[in-house]
Design a protein around this ligand. Sequence first.
Ligand SMILES: N[C@H](CCC[C@H](N)C(=O)O)C(=O)O
Length: 276
Amino acid sequence: MIPFHKMHGLGNDFVVLDNRAGTLAVGAARAAALADRRTGIGCDQLILLERPTEGADVVMRIRNPDGSEAGACGNATRCIASLIAAEGGRDRVVVRTIAGDLPAEALPGGLWRVDMGPARLGWQEVPLAAEMDTLHLPLGRGVLMDPAACSMGNPHATFFVPDLDAVPLATLGPSLETDPLFPQRANIGVVQVLTPGHIRLAVWERGAGLTLACGSGACAALVNAARRGLTGRRATVSLPGGDLGIEWRETDGHVLMTGPVATAFTGMLDLDAYPA
Ligand SMILES: N[C@H](CCC[C@H](N)C(=O)O)C(=O)O
């Protein structure tokens, strides 16, 4: 039996396993089995902690419920930073992902701020299947058209609509996620701009579907909205699960994300009960 943490950021939820001893085998199939909400523990992402080399406090590997690995998970980064900080009584932690090192710091009121790194704006960085302007993609489904795209270490397309509640994202999401324009698929965000400092966002996540919140998606949405001149470089992003504060820093193009963390419960599980 091994311990696990069940955590979430605004309802985007995670099962966290500690593999810093390097003894656990958790690949795509086992991650998918653990993430299953009926036959497993259930989560939006399975998070595996690994021992870092120098320069970071922990390595965070991210698997979606379909087993695919992701390069970024903003909500999980806050949760893991808070977990590691609590182990050592610290308030600053560097979380290493396959897309880069993410410094995180504790703020008053239980909030955490993560430097999610630079927004990647080039077509090959998203990535897209061909050279094109990432500010206006030739893509549309129903009421959704003309998105912008960028990467936060994972691919995001952002659509802009006058009324978010009129968008059937559960219907349109799957075919947009897997459009040939996205060789690594994409997270699909839909934004309704309320004011230049406040947007609503819903996300169909790559490999996960609709979630209550998407941290990297909120970063991508703010960056794409600012690029379009629809917001400033700092805004409140209201997701179904709650609000994140996002800033696209002028000095270095890094995106800062501020939000809450929560542990729902901890438990023990028999990893051998899940297919390797
Ligand atoms: N589904 C995403 C990973 C999780 C991102 C999200 N949960 C976040 O908080 O950023 C992807 O495949 O890129």
